[in-house]
Design a protein around this ligand. Structure first.
Ligand code: 5GP
Length: 221
């Protein structure tokens, strides 16, 4: 049974996917949305990419080596996985179905390949948002400003950014991240609206029945 908000109607949860070319601000937006939306669960991915100095194992990612990742693939531990910028990234299956049944929403920071796989597996439970930079110059500045990757990595990511932008049409929503605060607000608005989607309100019929069957007295006072 859904315990979020003040709604008395039982609801199915959904998976909110955020994707973007590297440096468009998606990870910052995701972090801020998670801080504000206490009911939202963060899906922590598994990756073979080396940890950046500011990252924490188990919080930003589960950092594993190639052999462990391959083992996990063989054991069917991933909901989806893909090779991005030369490293493997995967979403653990964990208890996603359980969360959906409990009316809990989860946030996924994954690339377009992972989004396509999730779409095939669970289209109706997916809400996808694509985040674009206002200009390529802004993207480059953000990548260098982060200063956690080598110049080679930044160059590689820049060269792939334009290709990645071409995936916008595969998403439900597109946000141009000109102003960080506005972009966070937009993602929060999407969450609010998607929580009201009729098909997610699995307790709606019984709620309406209760309303229709309730007796009332007209107070002529
Ligand atoms: P970064 O190395 O900058 O943290 O992430 C690189 C890219 O990998 C980003 O586009 C990010 O969204 C994507 N990514 C992170 N985790 C996953 C995952 O579990 N699956 C997929 N398909 N992509 C991921």
């Amino acid at each position: 049974m859904t315990k979020n908000s003040s709604s008395p109607i039982e609801r199915r949860g959904f998976m909110l996917v955020l994707s973007s070319p590297s440096g468009a601000g998606k990870t910052t937006i995701a972090r801020k949305v998670l801080e504000r939306e206490k009911d939202l669960t963060h899906s922590v991915s598994v990756t073979t990419r080396p940890k950046r100095p500011s990252e924490k194992d188990g919080v930003d990612y589960f950092f594993v080596n190639d052999a462990t990742f391959t083992k996990m693939v063989k054991k069917g531990k991933f909901l989806e996985y893909a090779k991005v910028y030369g490293y493997f990234y995967g979403t653990p299956k964990a208890s996603i179905e359980d969360l959906l049944l409990k009316g809990r929403d989860s946030l996924f920071d994954i690339d377009w390949q992972g989004t396509q796989q999730l779409k095939q597996a669970a289209l109706n439970d997916l809400v996808s948002v694509f985040i674009l930079p206002p200009t390529l110059e802004v993207l480059e500045k953000r990548l260098y400003h982060r200063a956690e990757d080598t110049v080679e990595i930044v160059k590689d990511r820049m060269s792939k950014a334009q290709d990645e932008c071409s995936h916008w049409a595969e998403y439900d929503y597109v946000i141009v991240n000109t102003d960080l605060e506005e972009s966070i607000q937009k993602v929060c608005s999407i969450l609010q609206a998607e929580r009201l989607k009729r098909r997610r309100l699995i307790g709606l019929a019984s709620f309406i029945n209760t309303l229709r069957e309730s007796s009332f007295e007209i107070n002529e006072g």
